[in-house]
Design a protein. Structure first.
Length: 397
C-alpha cells in the first residue's frame, strides 16, 4: 500500500482505540493518561503492534499537544496575576529546585556516573511535566481552585529556569567554552523578558489582532501566533511551552474566552497524541533492566515533589487540603526530563541515562494522575477533618 494510505489506517485505528480508552477511563472515574501511555508502548518499537508510517505524525502532533495545553492554561490567567504569583513563589521555586534536583544528582553519583551525568539527572528529577499537569488539572476540574495559581507558578518558574539550565548543560556535555554558554543564556533570558513584557504591557494590542466574533479567523490566528512564538522561543533555547503559555497570558477579555472555546477540541486531540507518542518513543526492552533503580528514584522524588508543592501552597496561605492537592498534582515528570537525558546521551556521557529517564518518567506519569485524585477521596477528607479537629481541641486546651 501507498505510505499515505498506511498512515491514514494507522492513525485512524489508533484514534479509535484512544476513544474507547477515554470512555473506559471516564466510566471508572480516573485519568486516561496512563491508558494512552500504555497504548503508545503497545504500538512503539518493541511493542505488540509497532507502527510503520505514522510515527512522524505522532511526533509532530505531540509537540502541538504540549503547546496547546500550555496556551490554554495561559488563557485562564492574566499577565498581572502571573507576575504577582511569580513574585510570591520565588522562595517556593528555590525550595522546589533544591528538594528535587539534589536527589537526582546524588543518585547519579551513587551509580558512579560522574559529575556531568549528575547535573543531567538533577534536571530530570527537578522539572515537572507542564503538559501532563495541565491535563490533570482540567480533568479534575481544578482550574479555578485556590492552589492552582501556586501550581502554575512553580511550573512557570521551572520552565523559565530551563532557559538557564539547558544552555549550561549543553555547554557541559559538548565541552563548550564559558563565553558561548553565557551568551546562549543571556539570549534565552532576554527573549523570555521581552515576551513577558509584551504580554504584561501590551496584551490588549495583541488581543485586538483577533475578532472574538469570527470563530474561523480566531482559531487560525491564535493557533498561528501560538505556534510562531513557541517556535521562536525554542529557537533561542527557551521552552516552546513557556512561549505558548505567555501567548495565552497575553490574550484577554472576550477574545481569550472565545479562543479557549474554539481551541478546546484541538487541545484534546493533540494532548492525547502527546501521551501516545511518549509511549511510542519508549522501548519496553530498554526499560526492564533499569526498572528497579527508576522505581527507587521515582519514589524518592515523588515524595520530595509533594513536599515542595505542599510547602509552596502553605506559604501562599492555602488550607491543608489544597496543599496536598498542589503537592500531589506536581509529581509527574515528562518532556523536559527526556530532552535533558537525550542531550547527555547524544554527547556520550552515560548510555544508561536515557532508559533510566524513560522508565522514571513513565512511572511518574502513570502514578501522578492517580496520586492527584487522593485528596478527593472520602477517606482522605475524613483524615484531614479528624486532624483539624484534634488540632483545634489541643489549641482550646
Amino acid at each position: 500500500m501507498h505510505e499515505t494510505t498506511v498512515l491514514l489506517i494507522e492513525v485512524g485505528a489508533l484514534l479509535l482505540v484512544l476513544s474507547i480508552l477515554s470512555r473506559l477511563a471516564a466510566r471508572f472515574g480516573f485519568s486516561p493518561i496512563p491508558l494512552y501511555l500504555l497504548a503508545g508502548l503497545a504500538v512503539g518499537e518493541g511493542g505488540l503492534l509497532p507502527l510503520d508510517a505514522s510515527t512522524e505524525f505522532f511526533e509532530v502532533g505531540s509537540q502541538l499537544g504540549v503547546i496547546l495545553l500550555l496556551a490554554m492554561l495561559g488563557l485562564e490567567y492574566s499577565a498581572t496575576e502571573l507576575v504577582q504569583s511569580l513574585k510570591q513563589s520565588r522562595v517556593a521555586g528555590v525550595l522546589d529546585a533544591l528538594l528535587n534536583a539534589l536527589p537526582g544528582a546524588a543518585f547519579a553519583l551513587l551509580l558512579g556516573w560522574g559529575p556531568i551525568a549528575a547535573v543531567a539527572l538533577a534536571g530530570v528529577t527537578w522539572v515537572s511535566s507542564s503538559g501532563v499537569i495541565a491535563k490533570v488539572l482540567r480533568d479534575l476540574g481544578r482550574l479555578g481552585n485556590r492552589e492552582t495559581p501556586v501550581v502554575l507558578s512553580v511550573l512557570v518558574i521551572e520552565d523559565l529556569a530551563m532557559a538557564f539550565y539547558l544552555p549550561i548543560l549543553s555547554a557541559l556535555v559538548i565541552g563548550a567554552g564559558l563565553l558561548q554558554g553565557a551568551t546562549t543564556v543571556v539570549i534565552a533570558v532576554g527573549v523570555v523578558v521581552v515576551i513577558l513584557f509584551l504580554a504584561l504591557r501590551h496584551g490588549r494590542i495583541v488581543s485586538a489582532l483577533f475578532s472574538a466574533n469570527h470563530g474561523e479567523s480566531l482559531l487560525l490566528g491564535v493557533l498561528g501566533l501560538t505556534m510562531l512564538i513557541a517556535g521562536l522561543a525554542e529557537q533561542v533555547s527557551v521552552s516552546a511551552a513557556v512561549g505558548a503559555f505567555l501567548v495565552g497570558i497575553a490574550l484577554s477579555g472576550q477574545v481569550a474566552h472565545q479562543a479557549g472555546r474554539v481551541l478546546t477540541p484541538l487541545r484534546d486531540l493533540f494532548a492525547a497524541v502527546f501521551f501516545v507518542f511518549f509511549g511510542i518513543s519508549t522501548s519496553p526492552a530498554d526499560i526492564v533492566p533499569v526498572l528497579v533503580p527508576a522505581a527507587v528514584l521515582a519514589t524518592l522524588t515523588i515524595a520530595s515533589k509533594v513536599l515542595s508543592g505542599y510547602l509552596a501552597a502553605k506559604r501562599a496561605g492555602i488550607a491543608v487540603p489544597g496543599r496536598w492537592r498542589a503537592g500531589l498534582v506536581l509529581t509527574p515528570r515528562g518532556e523536559f526530563s527526556i530532552v535533558i537525558a537525550g542531550l547527555a546521551v547524544t554527547a556520550g556521557i552515560e548510555p544508561m541515562l536515557a532508559p533510566l529517564a524513560a522508565a522514571y518518567v513513565l512511572i511518574t506519569i502513570i502514578a501522578g494522575p492517580l496520586l492527584a485524585r487522593i485528596p478527593d477521596a472520602a477517606w482522605f477528607k475524613a483524615a484531614v477533618k479528624r486532624r483539624r479537629l484534634a488540632a483545634e481541641a489541643r489549641a482550646a486546651a
